[in-house]
Design a protein around this ligand. Structure first.
Ligand SMILES: CC(=O)N[C@H]1[C@@H](OP(=O)(O)OP(=O)(O)OC[C@H]2O[C@@H](n3ccc(=O)[nH]c3=O)[C@H](O)[C@@H]2O)O[C@H](CO)[C@@H](O)[C@@H]1O
Length: 402
């Protein structure tokens, strides 16, 4: 059955009744292009896949990293100088929680002078490229919502001094959003309400954008994926790359020691013997408070969304289906009477794949501990925990002039 023949689909039906023949031709064409299979996941809301048996996984701690620092750094710099390392910036989300109607990376984090989040990230990358003496290819994932603004921003600021040839943008895929009864929302009379498909689709979106040949031509063997919101993010960090190579692992995840048992971060552990990330809402009280003999938390290391993946492995898993997470969100839509609604509260579901699920597809993953105060200043809100305020404090603590 075509989606518009389904009596349950009241928003689509209402538009079709009001539309002119031309409008309906446009709408039907659009509906035929969209994959609505995500709707099947609604009943299993956020319990997409049965989880296996979790067990703690010890991190490679800062003390060990420091002891082997010179070795790791040399290995990492060698890989970077040989052009084997690329980086992917996940920037498909909007800055809505910050009250920004623009890409999050365009946020001015400066105080006395202008300093944009994108700019700071590029500076962090240039710390490495200056030392290595070569540039690292940077791929930036945007979405339909912010691609034009993001690319224009980079042009306007002359790529913040990074060579343009080393920066490539690609757009992530979109999926339809619906209400709690699985009725697809409409954005206008002829457009379905679509939203970015989560940060887990980054590699397949790169492949779809034709960038695999670029990766191969450049000889990239390691890809460092990171989030836009952490202004202290170290990118293509030679020590991290070197450690992953030295341990003979096919992936690595930067982790920080959890600030408290109930800190809302995913923890790196094993699941049925393979590396995995248990999200904070999946952990039982017993799991999150369990302690080792020395008093440390058993599940004590949280991920900061900075991963290193072997490119070869990514290609092997490229066609594997990733779990779909069903997430409650506020979805603006056109109601059946034609009024446009901007909800204050969540009013339906979006469907997302998550980068952290990729970790479970790896045979191994090195949990690489970093010092929170030096590498983790995520900006999720304007004030309070993980905010612009707290990030500014942390940046000052690192000697960054604002
Ligand atoms: C799913 C995931 O990895 N969650 C991590 C994320 O949570 P968090 O809740 O911050 O995850 P977000 O949904 O904000 O996404 C993180 C990053 O992915 C990008 N993005 C998101 C959705 C999308 O469709 N496209 C896209 O590019 C965002 O622009 C951002 O750079 O960071 C925390 C640390 O700060 C980690 O502890 C969480 O494990």
């Amino acid at each position: 059955m075509k989606i518009w023949e389904d009596d349950n689909q009241k928003y689509i039906k209402a538009m079709m009744e009001k539309n002119t023949t031309e409008q309906n031709e446009k709408l039907t064409k659009r509906l035929e292009e969209i994959d609505f299979s995500v709707l099947e996941h609604i009943e299993r809301k956020e319990t997409v896949n049965e989880r296996g048996v979790f067990a703690p996984l010890d991190a490679v701690e800062v003390s060990e990293i420091e002891a082997r620092g010179a070795e790791f750094k040399e290995l990492g710099l060698k890989a970077i100088r040989e052009g084997k390392v690329g980086a992917v910036l996940l920037a498909g989300g909007q800055g809505t929680r910050l009250g920004l109607d623009r890409p999050k990376g365009t946020l001015n984090i400066g105080v006395a002078k202008e300093l944009y989040l994108f700019e700071q990230l590029l500076r962090n990358l240039m710390d490495v490229t200056d030392e290595a003496g070569v540039y690292v290819p940077l791929y930036i994932m945007t979405s339909n919502i912010n691609n034009a603004d993001t690319t224009a921003f980079f042009e306007e600021h002359d790529y913040f001094g990074y060579p343009k040839d080393y920066v490539k943008f690609f757009v992530q895929e979109m999926v339809p959003a619906c209400d709690y009864e699985g009725r697809i929302y409409m954005e206008s009379q002829t457009e379905v309400a679509m939203s970015p498909n989560g940060n887990g689709g980054w590699f397949s979106s790169m492949v779809n954008a034709g960038l695999l040949s670029d990766i191969k031509e450049r000889g990239i063997e390691w890809i460092n994926v990171f989030a836009v919101d952490n202004c202290l993010q170290r990118i293509a960090d030679p020590m991290f790359v070197g450690a992953t190579i030295a341990y003979g692992c096919e992936s690595g995840a930067k982790v920080v020691r959890k600030a408290a048992p109930d800190e809302r971060v995913g923890v790196l552990c094993t699941e049925d013997g393979k590396p995995s990330i248990a999200e904070y809402y999946e952990m039982t009280e017993e799991m999150s408070t369990a302690r080792k003999e020395n008093g440390d938390l058993k599940y004590g290391f949280g991920v900061i969304l900075n991963y290193l993946f072997s490119e070869k492995k990514l290609e092997q898993i490229a066609d594997a289906r990733m779990p779909i997470h069903v997430v409650e969100k506020k979805i603006p839509y056109m109601d059946v009477d034609g009024t446009f609604v901007k909800p204050e509260q969540p009013n339906g579901y979006k469907f997302e794949t998550l980068v952290l699920d990729m970790v479970h597809m790896m045979d191994d993953c090195i949990p690489y501990e970093v010092v929170r105060e030096r590498e983790f200043a995520p900006i999720k809100n304007l004030h309070g925990v993980d905010s612009l305020d707290s990030a500014r404090e942390l940046m000052k603590g690192c000697g960054i002039e604002l």
